[in-house]
Ligand binder design. Sequence first.
Ligand SMILES: [Fe+2]
Length: 138
Amino acid sequence: MPISWEPSMATGIARIDDQHRTLVDTLNYVTHTLASDMTPGDLQSILDWLGNYADSHFLFEEACMDRYRCPRAAENRAAHKQFRDLFQEVREQQAQGIDTRELGILIEQRLSNWLLDHLCGVDSALGKCVRQAAPGTH
Ligand SMILES: [Fe+2]
């Protein structure tokens, strides 16, 4: 199932919410729109891009959690490391030549499921911190 964006996933920080939507859209695109039609080269390019995008998003979000003194900041960092490990597993399977359809399934099982849990779980704590902060501080 593609991930569907829900308003409850919003943190209230526009840049983070835009980045989360981009991650959702990219993973949905890879796993449901074109997985079986993509060439290995297309998948290589999109996963190269996704890895870099996720890394820069994580750094920005971790800084926001620190700024808002979010009680789940350390848990968030650990979860991001878990994503990087799952992503590495996907890249290793890709390097071993797994076919694109199977790779799409693996991406959904590992990365899409992680993202959905993460947006509804740890990242939702940031939204609570933002809402409790004084207006105009974000
Ligand atoms: Fe996060």
